[in-house]
Design a protein around this ligand. Structure first.
Ligand SMILES: *Cc1c(COP(=O)(O)O)cnc(C)c1O
Length: 434
């Protein structure tokens, strides 16, 4: 597959180039040059296939001209040793649980696949790369665990002091081997600025092969399309149109759903569910895209006022306003509504949701109120509730169970390097540790 920039279609890249460059030089985003369709036969008996079989077929349809089927299957095998089950809540509502990976959030799908893909290309070229990533929470854990012990790759993660949750911090700081964490005495923007400056620094560029693992890397987007196919396979027997509600921040998740749709997945409708950072729902209402400074909410992984994947969303829908508004509905909710949804779903089904998942649940209900048609609704659960322990317990007023994987972290010692938000310090530190 050839990829090109959303800004300059003549700016092209192979998969390998797109993965290691992360961004095209014109600051657009990489998208596939054309979107191939999966075969009708594949969709006909998709319900008989495992997650990894589905993932391999979708990946091969997209990337089969650059990587062989056997190599794709190996990359998939290495990436996904966890499930994405769909569970029923109520007569027509289903939750797609995307939190069974190592960091217990859906970003594991992207991070694991990117790590396996990079490692595959590096083996061929015998190169070594150094990944730098700034995190405000979930990305860091997924990247740290996704790249942990992957040969040829060293990972350095910057996170803002006192601004990530206890469990999130431990996911970054309790690994060793090829992963190190730097606690920056500043905010997330400082961390991001330091990483950007490092990429622009010629001296560092000459010393190391630096690479990024940020969310707009195409290698993180592609694997997110797999679970839409897999969810469809799990509800196909109901023989009703399928509606997906996606809790959205940077809109990578929803864009990946659109990619699946364009590859031939039968989807009736996508619901873009957001918190008060409602740039996209407002756009779907008015046609005007007016980014806002981000607003802090309890679903903080979605506090994004100017979603970086918005241009992909438009590109996948061929920049066609009718197509966009035909396929995507948008709703937004405040923190109180989010907490109400968490309580309501617990009372009705004894099911505990994280706040992001609750926003997706609300979006699905709102869509049902406005559309009386009979359909199967699937809302995406993007994180395990225990990752947001205090907030969830404060809302539901009881102690929730902490999975062993997270519980264990609480007894391991944290190790991080500490630093002021100064580029000179950061550069010296990198040279001494890399
Ligand atoms: C990152 C994240 C989101 C938002 O996903 P986007 O792809 O940025 O829209 C939602 N929920 C959780 C828990 C996340 O970590």
């Amino acid at each position: 597959m050839i990829f090109h920039s959303t800004k300059t279609p003549s700016l092209k890249a192979s998969l390998e180039e797109a993965v290691f460059n992360s961004l095209p030089s014109d600051n657009g985003l990489y998208v596939p040059e054309y979107i191939p369709k999966v075969s009708a036969q594949f969709l006909n008996n998709i319900e008989e296939k495992t997650f990894n079989e589905i993932a391999a077929e979708v990946a091969w349809t997209l990337l089969g001209d650059e990587i062989t089927r056997a190599e794709i299957e190996e990359i998939i095998q290495r990436s996904f040793d966890f499930e994405a089950p769909v569970k029923q809540l109520g007569s027509n509502d289903f939750v797609l649980e995307l939190f069974h990976g190592p960091s217990m959030a859906f970003k594991d799908f992207g991070a694991r696949f990117m790590a396996a893909l990079m490692s595959y290309f590096l083996q061929k070229s015998q190169k070594e790369i150094k990944i730098l990533v700034a995190t405000s929470g979930d990305t860091g854990g997924a990247v740290a665990l996704g790249f942990y012990k992957v040969p040829g790759i060293t990972v350095t993660i910057l996170y803002p002091k006192g601004k990530v949750s206890e469990i999130q911090e431990r996911q970054l700081t309790t690994l060793d081997h090829n992963v190190s964490a730097i606690e920056v005495d500043g905010n997330f923007d400082d961390c991001q600025r330091l990483v950007k400056e490092a990429f622009l620094d010629e001296d560092l560029q000459a010393r190391f092969h630096l690479a990024s693992a940020n969310s707009i890397n195409i290698a993180r987007l592609i694997p997110q399309s797999f679970y839409y196919f897999s969810a469809y396979a799990q509800v196909k027997h109901l023989q009703k149109p399928v509606v997906f509600s996606v809790p959205s921040g940077n809109f990578g998740n929803l864009s990946a759903g659109l990619l699946a749709y364009r590859m031939g997945l039968p989807v009736e409708q996508f619901v873009a569910s957001t918190n008060l950072n409602n740039t996209v729902p407002s756009y779907l209402e008015s046609g005007d895209y007016d980014p806002i400074p981000s607003i802090e909410t309890i679903s903080n992984a979605m506090d994004v006022g100017n979603p970086s994947n918005f241009v992909r969303l438009k590109t996948f829908m061929q920049d066609d306003w009718n197509l966009i508004t035909d396929k995507i509905s948008g709703f937004y909710f405040d923190d109180q509504q989010t907490r109400e949804a968490m309580r309501k779903v617990y009372d009705a089904y004894e099911y505990v949701m994280c706040p992001h998942t609750a926003v997706a649940y609300q979006g699905l209900q709102e869509y049902r109120r406005k559309n009386q048609s009979d359909f199967t609704g699937v809302f995406l659960s993007t994180a395990h509730p225990a990752k947001f322990l205090e907030l969830v317990e404060d809302t539901l007023r009881f102690r929730i169970e902490i999975p062993e994987r997270l519980e264990k972290l609480l007894s391991v010692e944290k190790t991080s390097l500490k630093m002021k938000p100064s580029f000179q310090d950061f550069k010296e530190l990198l040279i001494s540790i890399l």
